[in-house]
Design a protein around this ligand. Structure first.
Ligand SMILES: [Ca+2]
Ligand SMILES: [Ca+2]
Ligand SMILES: [Zn+2]
Length: 330
């Protein structure tokens, strides 16, 4: 497939954040004891070639199945994931030294992207969206993750490697969690843990997208599924500026929803995103659902608001994604 290796994934320029701070940020608030059952479950399956990935979410359009977010994580799942990340960071530090987790300059990790366009037939309604929408989506990812839309810069940029068009009615629409989704990914996924595979199609149940979190052993099921008409210029009203793609890639880089855990506990594990009791939809004014400091982060890419309303990641999210990159995908 001519996949290029990552370009200069770590810059020589080292900033000042210490490993202790980094680990502190990762560790804050998570209690290992609660993670035991899931950790064991993960260990049991770690050896298999294709353990079922933890899906980040199934982002839905209001009016469809907004009550039903089958893969929103439980607190136990979050705790298990956090403990695994801490373990991986500690192992890597022992192996490579603290420099392995030194911050890198913005946009120093170029992620190779392969886009699979799943089509039922050659019509637009059958999934045949133009290349121009895919190029625009890559631009949106680059703008979003560079901070160009108003948020914090992150380490990541995105380089389109190829567009793979597949006509297969049995994979269309892409049905969340189905055997046909699994067979699609097993057939099509390319590259290693560092390669972002994006699957575009119509989606089951009015969903906008879903993603897998990074895993210790990356399987063929790793990747991001996005509603084709949510790409810039698509027909998904209020969700057609490409931010579903940004949101799902946020999960792929280990971010939780800003409303993860509600008002209590460690929430999304990121200190500079104020806690939020539940997803925000549309673009509410002055929403403040938790008494803890800060209004709800409705402009954050990891909430559920309209594309026109979300435009930022925070420095804490940027740091969390880079830690996870180094632990899981570098
Ligand atoms: Ca938070
Ligand atoms: Ca608050
Ligand atoms: Zn999500």
């Amino acid at each position: 497939m001519g996949l290029r290796p990552l370009l200069s994934r770590r810059s020589a320029g080292i900033a000042s954040t210490s490993l202790a701070l980094l680990l502190g940020a990762v560790t804050a608030g998570y209690v290992p004891a609660h993670a035991a059952p899931l950790a064991n479950h993960a260990a049991e399956h770690a050896a298999s070639e294709e353990c079922e990935p933890v899906h980040a979410d199934a982002k839905a359009r209001p009016g469809s199945i907004t009550e039903h977010d089958p893969n929103h994580l439980t607190e136990a799942q979050v705790a298990a994931r956090e403990n695994e990340l801490i373990e991986l960071v500690e192992m890597q530090v022992r192996r490579e030294g603290a420099a392995a987790f030194a911050p890198v300059a913005p946009a120093s990790v170029a992620i190779p992207v392969v886009v699979h366009v799943i089509q039922e037939n050659s019509s637009r309604a059958g999934g045949n969206i133009p290349d121009s929408m895919i190029y625009s989506q890559i631009d949106v990812l680059n703008d979003s993750f560079s901070g160009a839309t108003g948020g914090a810069p992150t380490a990541f940029s995105f380089a389109l490697q190829s567009i793979n068009r597949v006509t297969n009615p049995s994979w269309y629409p892409i049905n969340y969690g189905s055997s046909s989704e699994r067979s699609m990914k097993r057939s099509l996924r390319v590259g290693g843990a560092e390669t972002l595979n994006i699957y575009l199609g119509d989606l089951s149940s009015g969903l906008l997208g879903w993603a897998t979190f990074p895993q210790r052993s990356i399987s063929k099921l790793d990747g991001v599924v996005v509603l084709n008409e949510s790409l810039p210029g698509g027909t998904a009203t209020n969700y057609n500026l490409g931010d579903t793609g940004t949101h799902e890639v946020g999960h792929w880089l280990n971010l939780y929803h800003t409303f993860q855990g509600g008002c209590s506990g460690s929430g999304d594990g990121v200190s500079d995103t104020p806690a939020e009791a539940s997803p925000a939809y549309q673009c509410p004014t002055g929403r403040d659902t938790c008494s803890s400091a800060g209004v709800d982060p409705i402009h954050n890419f990891m909430d559920y608001t309209y594309d026109s309303c979300m435009y930022e990641f925070t420095p804490g999210q940027a740091s969390r994604m880079l830690t996870a990159w180094n632990a899981y995908r570098a």
